[in-house]
Design a protein around this ligand. Structure first.
Ligand code: ADP
Ligand code: MG
Length: 646
């Protein structure tokens, strides 16, 4: 049993105490057997007179005659054959269920005392191995220790929040006396979660006050030329982002800004602006990416512009030659993976660092940047999360959003196609190929190793080459390719020497080929919403109309949430809107883009409903910054386990 409980994350009494019921049984009236009527749920109490086990097709029914002083009825349990032995004549039982024909269909029961049949009995997330009943027993036993739990909130602050004490909250969580009790308990526990996070953020903010960066003054001649070199006008959102960045760079307080924008919204253009501000002030800039592929992609974008401006720019990844690598650190702008930049570049030389996809960076790596005078830092993320949420998770960063993409884009047309009509998707794809466009086919997301994913992708590429894509040039991109091969493949695709890239999700970020205007995602129902949105972002990068074709099993075979995801993708291309939908569908704390952000630890917080609580937690955190209490450990644990941006 221990092992089975551990699978649910229940290892200690504390885990059990904080195991949140999914819901509570509603209150139902207790009735005398003779007075049962209709099909409404009710509770009856009585004595067992007789029992028998009955088989009806595949079902096993346990039937018991139960009597109270008003009458007798047959109570029926489905598929719980073992109960037949436990229900002995003469035994007192309490049953919760409803009339079905002339029988009483039992939903829950108590053989002694009142627990499962009680009003507001907790219904825990259970498994086949660990039933709700078992969990109730375990939680009931753990509750004896609830009074020993230390309340992390100092008494004087607790009063101000109007929330119940921790022990009371834990008791009420498992044994609410009325409907509102459970919710009050949840809010108190949610408050603690938010407080731990806000406390960590507040401390970090404080810790930064000592730090200094190089003040970069006013924008100068180089960025002036940069604007003229760009083949387009900046959008109002980009201008706004630049204005906010300029305001930060003027001062000595290190910039800590999060630049959020959908895929293709034009963040890189803004990031390069920030880097050039470092260069024109006589310093250097670095663009750090989480993967080599992404670093290479960035370099391909940035280098030609730098060349046009007479700024030296170098790529620093493990696959560039030793000589180039030695030379890189002296370039004015260095693009590379974070690890190599931290190794190879004297970080104090950097005036501006742009960190792409910041949630993928580890804490230590960010800490390394902070030694000595540190760069102004711009974190970029293409997995937008709602602004309020951003403030929660990145409470110590300033947030800039690019919400509107450049106007010349045509929205991607997204279609959801059932498997049996997949040939239509390929017909559309090949028609576009014949017009000179290029395409991606994304392989199913099988839960397996990178190696088996790679193999599956190669097989699928072979199959397509012989079937749907006969006559076209097909390449296969996956995570097991050697850097040289990968670069070569991407270069050939970019040069239109390949028509189709069959790929695993490695193309999710960074791949930028405007002539690729159609994407088929196989078994799209397996992907998360944010991931599909990222994948889709690989098309729609040029002026041509682009298409994203999501192929899945038939609608009826999908879970409700899979249907909702695909419907959402068809209905909008707005990443912020999708992030909201994702939040709704996945529930708090599981938002894809925030997987590693500490939010995944939220068990009680409902981010939408608890905004007010969040504000409170932030205020209390300010007062508790220097407080050495039981929360310290939790703050440290949260911030060590998770990749919270430094
Ligand atoms: P992101 O980094 O947000 O995914 P990029 O900066 O890579 O977006 O821009 C995506 C594409 O849009 C690039 O090809 C870029 O040249 C182009 N682009 C960026 N800003 C503009 C603009 N203001 N007008 C037209 N095209 C733009
Ligand atoms: Mg980009």
């Amino acid at each position: 049993m221990k092992k089975r409980l551990a699978k649910l994350g229940l290892r200690t009494v504390g885990d059990v105490l904080e195991y949140r019921p999914r819901r509570y049984e509603p209150a139902v009236p207790e009735r005398r057997i003779a007075e049962l009527f209709g099909e409404d749920e009710a509770v009856i109490s009585g004595e067992v007179r007789s029992t028998r086990l009955q088989r009806a097709r595949r079902l096993k029914l346990v039937k018991a005659r139960v009597a109270d002083e008003s009458g007798e009825i047959t109570a029926v349990w489905f598929n719980q054959a073992w109960l037949a032995d436990r229900l002995r004549p003469g035994m007192q039982v309490r049953l919760r269920g409803n009339l079905r024909g002339r029988d009483f269909a039992v939903r829950s029961y108590d053989l002694d005392g009142v627990s499962a049949t009680a009003d507001f009995a907790p219904v825990y997330p259970a498994t086949e191995e660990v039933t709700v009943k078992k969990l109730r027993d375990v939680a009931g036993a753990a509750l004896e220790y609830a009074r020993d739990v230390v309340d992390p909130l100092p008494a004087e602050l607790k009063g101000a929040t109007g929330l119940p004490g921790k022990a009371d909250a834990l008791v009420a969580l498992h044994h609410p006396r009325e409907e509102t009790d459970g919710e009050r308990a949840r809010r108190r526990l949610a408050f603690d979660e938010l407080l731990v996070l806000q406390l960590g953020l507040a401390r970090r903010r404080l810790g930064r006050e000592e730090e200094r960066a190089t003040a970069l003054g006013q924008p100068g001649e180089l960025v002036e030329r940069y604007r003229t070199v760009l083949p387009f006008e900046l959008t109002p959102d980009q201008e706004q982002a630049i204005a906010e960045i300029d305001a930060d760079l003027r001062g000595e307080r290190p910039m800590e800004r999060l630049l959020q924008g959908d895929v293709g919204s034009g963040k890189t253009v803004v990031a390069l602006y920030a880097l050039l501000r470092a260069v024109e002030a006589g310093h250097r800039g670095a663009l750090m990416a989480p993967t080599e592929t992404l670093a290479e992609q960035h370099f391909l974008t940035v280098e030609p512009i730098c060349a046009a401006l007479g700024v030296s720019c170098a790529l620093l990844t493990s696959s560039v030659g030793a000589r180039a690598r030695r030379a890189a650190p002296s370039a004015q702008i260095v693009v590379g993976t974070h690890a190599l930049i931290q190794e190879g570049v004297e970080l104090s030389d950097l005036a501006v660092a742009v960190v792409d996809e910041q949630h993928r960076f580890g804490v230590e790596q960010r800490a390394a940047i902070r030694a000595g005078r540190r760069p102004h830092t711009l974190h970029m993320t293409a997995t937008p999360i709602p602004r309020t949420l951003a403030l929660t998770v990145y409470g110590d960063l300033s947030v800039t959003e690019i919400t509107k993409p450049p106007a010349n884009r045509m929205p991607i047309v997204t279609r959801w196609i059932p498997e049996e009509r997949a040939s239509e998707a390929y017909r559309r794809l090949t028609r576009l190929l014949k017009e000179g466009r290029q395409a991606y086919v994304v392989c199913p997301l099988i839960e397996a190793s990178e190696t088996s994913r790679a193999r599956a992708a190669e097989q699928e590429a072979d199959r397509l080459q012989r079937a749907e894509l006969r006559g076209f040039r097909v390449g296969c991109l996956h995570g097991k390719l050697k850097p040289d091969d990968r670069r070569d493949l991407m270069a050939r695709f970019k040069a239109r020497q390949l028509d189709v890239l069959v790929a695993t999700t490695v193309i999710e970020v960074g791949v930028d080929v405007p002539n690729a205007t159609v994407m088929i995602v196989q078994e799209a129902d397996r992907f998360g919403l944010a991931q599909l949105h990222q994948l889709r972002g690989r098309v729609g990068r040029g002026a041509e109309q682009s298409y994203c074709l999501l192929v899945s099993r038939r609608k009826e075979e999908l879970t409700e949430s899979a249907q909702a995801r695909l419907e959402a993708l068809v209905s909008t291309t707005d990443g912020f809107e999708l992030a909201e939908v994702d939040l709704e569908l996945r529930g708090e704390g599981q938002l894809l883009g925030t997987r590693q952000s500490g939010l995944s630890d939220f068990r009680f917080t409902k981010l939408r409903a608890d905004r007010h609580l969040l504000e409170q937690a932030r205020e209390v955190a300010e007062q508790l910054v220097d407080y050495e209490g039981p929360l310290n450990e939790e703050v440290e644990r949260l911030f060590a386990e998770h990749d919270l941006p430094a």
